[in-house]
Design a binder for this molecule. Structure first.
Ligand SMILES: NC(=O)c1ccc[n+]([C@@H]2O[C@H](COP(=O)([O-])OP(=O)(O)OC[C@H]3O[C@@H](n4cnc5c(N)ncnc54)[C@H](OP(=O)(O)O)[C@@H]3O)[C@@H](O)[C@H]2O)c1
Length: 361
């Protein structure tokens, strides 16, 4: 397979999108973050995924500064709406800490039309662009009809401020409703967690996305690094590292994953002269209905390596071996302890690990 170009309706992206959740951490020097992002973009990414929530505007700000410095074609910018930390309206999803004062800061779901319009205006300003290439509703707001939110986004498309519309972390019925509500405007994408270790969406939201012609943007495709071989059971984490108390990074979980990496993924990687990260990303990219993977990178070399996954072709047998080899290994120990359904436990863990890290700072 040659370099893979996934096609989202109205938005052309490479098969590997740079995830910018880790750019703009309050402890980091913002100028250095801009340089790191520029170096990643120079590796060849043509799309970046961000959100207003990522470090409370800082990720978008860093991207805006990088784009202002960069010459040549601008990468596509994919951002989100629907999670607010700067207002008192809406259901609290989790409580973060204000990076400046340390005060508790509730993060709320808010997908009211007026809130969507305001968020888009702020994102345009932070990013310094005239139009957002893809706006995704970050989380379903149970108190606002999906049709009302989609109506607001459709107006922004007509006003030329947004090119395409997507949703994120939506259940199957909500994906279908969003597509219906948009009418002639296509629902471009569903962004959900999907990897060899996280396949819960397959029968529900992923199938629903395929049904309405929306491409899957797979987030955390490396299972936050667990599929790269860098997290063997012997590795120790500092107490302020969010992974130290994250169940999917427990020693037991890592030992089981390391075994599957050695027995199944490593021989395949060797055969293709590829890395484990590339094999994990390529597996996702081969799944029917996947438009792109959104992979994070803490170093430029990782970003470069991840791009290489787009040209890695796995045989049907290799894909099947990988699927079987990792089956069940992503199960959430937390969900078993709390009795929460796996899906719910996993959905809570994403925000919680960020909050945990913020609280420990
Ligand atoms: N819509 C949502 O609710 C949602 C939720 C989560 C994420 N996302 C999006 O998805 C993006 C990626 O998610 P993620 O960062 O959670 O997961 P990920 O892409 O699965 O993992 C990224 C991490 O894996 C490690 N890594 C990356 N490439 C590597 C390589 N080639 N070799 C070795 N290690 C490598 C790095 O961590 P270390 O170097 O520290 O090991 C990196 O920070 C985010 O930036 C964001 O845009 C969206």
């Amino acid at each position: 397979m040659s370099q893979r170009h996934a096609s989202l309706d109205r938005v052309e992206v490479d098969g590997v999108i740079l995830g910018a959740m880790g750019f703009g951490a309050p402890t980091a020097d913002e100028g250095a973050e801009v340089d790191r992002l520029l170096a990643c973009l120079d590796a060849g990414f043509d799309a970046i995924d961000t959100a207003p929530l990522y470090d409370f505007g800082a990720s978008e700000r860093v991207i805006g500064r990088a784009l202002a410095q960069r010459t040549g074609a601008r990468p596509l910018v994919l951002t989100k709406v629907g999670l607010r930390w700067d207002d008192h309206h809406g259901e609290v999803l989790f409580v973060a800490r204000d990076p400046a004062s340390g005060a508790p800061m509730p993060v709320r779901r808010d997908s009211r039309p007026e809130s969507i319009a305001l968020e888009v205006a702020r994102s345009l300003e932070r990013l310094g662009v005239e139009r957002l290439d893809l706006v995704q509703v970050h989380q379903r707001d149970p108190h606002v009809p999906v049709a009302a939110t989609m109506g607001a986004l459709a107006e922004l498309v007509h006003a030329g401020k947004v090119r395409a519309i997507g949703v994120s972390n939506f259940e199957a019925a909500d994906v279908a409703e969003a597509a219906r509500a948009l009418g002639e405007i296509p629902l471009t994408s569903l962004q959900s967690e999907y990897s060899l270790l996280a396949r819960e969406i397959e029968a529900g939201p992923f199938a629903a996305a395929r049904d309405v012609g929306a491409g899957l943007l797979a987030y955390s495709p490396l299972a936050q690094g667990l599929l790269t071989g860098a997290h063997g059971p012997e590795r120790r984490y500092a107490s302020d590292d969010w992974r130290a108390d994250t169940p999917r990074f427990s020693r037991r979980a890592r030992a089981r994953i390391a075994r599957a990496l050695d027995e199944v993924a490593r021989p395949i990687a060797r055969r293709h002269d590829a890395t484990l990260a590339q094999v994990a990303l390529a597996w996702v990219l081969h799944q029917r209905g996947v438009a792109a993977v959104i992979a994070g990178a803490s170093r430029v070399e990782q970003a470069r390596e991840n791009l290489g996954a787009a040209s890695l072709s796995l045989s049907p047998l290799e894909r099947e071996q990988l699927a079987r080899g990792f089956d069940g290994l992503g199960e959430d120990p937390l969900a078993r302890v709390t009795g929460l359904p796996r899906r719910v436990g996993r959905r809570l863990l994403g925000p919680l690990r960020r909050v945990g890290a913020a609280l420990r700072r």
